[in-house]
Design a binder for this molecule. Sequence first.
Ligand code: THU
Length: 129
Amino acid sequence: MKTLSDHARSILAQAYAPYSNYAVGAALRTSSGNIYSGCNVENAAYPLGNCAEASAIAAMIAGGEREIAEVFVMTNGDTPGTPCGGCRQRLAEFASTDIQVHCGLLSGEVATYTLGELLPFAFSLTEES
Ligand code: THU
């Protein structure tokens, strides 16, 4: 069976990153056990590019789900890249602070954090976290 890491690795290969050459693949496992994935999609007008996490979240929402249980972000850099600040907030919209966010490299190196470690005091309109 394909692991969350396998899904992130597969989708990283689809990344469109001709400007940064930094390919990212994100895979989300939801509370129902389904996996949604997405890659970064850059644009010649740089600010219009999408992060891999945003693409994966869009796929999850399109699939009718809203609860992220685990995340794997795979990058092609030298050290495991953590989600950018904006993507931490995007993930926090659909996940609790105790979920694991695995940050991996194609080499197999992985660093794991909780979402709460990556984004303490996430912005929220409610008192819940
Ligand atoms: N990128 C992501 O896909 N996710 C992140 O959390 C950080 C950055 C992408 C955006 C851009 O295409 C490339 O990595 C370099 O910043």
